[in-house]
Design a protein around this ligand. Structure first.
Ligand code: MN
Length: 198
């Protein structure tokens, strides 16, 4: 059985960037829904004993009758579990140390990285995610696809640009959501993930 992780902060903690109402729906309804559907798809199946990451790393070679459910709902579970962790009410600002140095080396400055990541996130057509990979590439995926399904390392930062992540607060203006989101990025957590992947 896969289970919904508790949020590491209160539902209202990310305001004003993300409202309590969105956080509540996003965690209790959307994320819980992915967990429930994943468990339903894998009930009575040996694959249910795999860790979530193990499951997703072999998602594309799973039996056809569970493959799509795992990609959609297992991906949703994994992506949201990461998303809650890389945000914090004490977030924002810039990273430190090696992560900042490597971002600056690749993008020229932290602000140029923010602009590049934001542009990628704004360019996702429909529902999907923008990711920062441990090699400093910025990639995007559709729906609940995660790069680990294609044999890549785990992303160290991710931004949910599904409309359910922002529509109640920002209507159709994804750019305002992306701009506000930088104020809640939990850089110490991103740095921790970076150090463990490189
Ligand atoms: Mn979402």
């Amino acid at each position: 059985m896969y289970t919904l992780p508790a949020l590491p902060y209160d539902y209202a903690a990310l305001e004003p960037a993300i409202s309590e109402e969105i956080m509540h729906l996003h965690h209790q309804k959307h994320h819980q829904g992915y967990v429930n559907k994943l468990n339903a798809a894998l009930s009575q199946r040996p694959e249910a004993s795999l860790s979530l990451e193990q499951l997703l790393r072999q998602a594309k070679s799973l039996p056809e009758d569970i493959r799509t459910a795992v990609i959609n709902n297992g991906g949703g579970h994994y992506n949201h579990s990461l998303f809650w962790q890389i945000m914090s009410p004490n977030g924002g600002g810039e990273p430190n140390g090696r992560l900042l140095a490597d971002i600056v080396q690749k993008y020229g400055s932290f602000q140029q990285f923010v602009d590049a990541f934001s542009n990628k996130a704004l360019g996702v057509f429909g529902s999907g995610w923008a990711w920062l990979m441990p090699n400093m590439d910025i990639v995007t995926t559709q729906n609940q696809i995660n790069p680990i399904m294609d044999g890549e390392p785990s992303p160290i930062l991710g931004l949910d640009v599904w409309e359910h992540a922002y529509y109640l607060d920002y209507k159709n203006v994804r750019a305002d959501y992306v701009k506000a989101w930088w104020n809640v990025v939990n850089w110490p957590e991103v740095e921790k993930r970076y150090v463990s992947e490189v």
